[in-house]
Design a protein. Structure first.
Length: 170
């Protein structure tokens, strides 16, 4: 699918799209000019959320792998490594490595993400596990992060977004 003509967008949407146009996901999502600006803002809010950022990236990577979204995996492996995820964590998120040997919090985030993806919710035991190392705010952010990236990965796959032709994201 071709990318939308950003110059044809309403002024505020065009401004936001042009700020983000180095990344193909942001270019493509402006096929929905009424929704895209708020989607971008939600993504920014998730990035600033209370969930420790390496744990957030671990959850995002797991979603990307489960959804078979190479675009998402490509970008978030780089981000995750930059935030301190080691190769064992990246491999565990991909399902090519074992969560055994990871710090307990990382293994738990992978397990919790899997529960959300498989069951679309958490059991009392899952919440108890999560609240043993996360605050309620952080758990809430984890659930919202997993849900947001399910949406993003579905979008990426539906529109076959790739990294081809991307500019320098900064």
């Amino acid at each position: 699918m071709d990318y939308p003509d950003l110059s044809a967008l309403p002024p505020r949407a065009r401004e936001i799209a042009e700020e983000r146009s180095a990344l193909n996901v942001y270019r493509m999502v402006f096929h929905s000019p009424a929704l895209a600006p708020d989607l971008v803002r939600l993504g920014d809010a998730i990035a600033r959320g209370a969930l420790p950022h390496p744990l957030r990236e671990l959850a995002v990577l797991r979603v990307g792998h489960v959804y078979g979204a190479p675009y998402e995996v490509h970008h978030h492996e780089r981000i995750g490594r930059g935030l301190g995820l080691d190769e064992a964590a990246v491999a565990a998120a991909a399902g090519t490595g074992s969560p055994q040997g990871l710090p307990a919090e990382q293994a738990a985030v992978l397990a919790l993400t899997d529960r959300l993806l498989e069951r679309h919710g958490l059991t009392d035991a899952d919440r108890t596990l999560a609240l043993s190392f996360l605050t309620v705010e952080q758990l809430s952010d984890l659930v919202l992060t997993v849900g947001f990236y399910q949406l993003v990965c579905t979008y990426l796959n539906a529109f076959e977004v790739t990294t081809e032709g991307e500019g320098n994201p900064g």
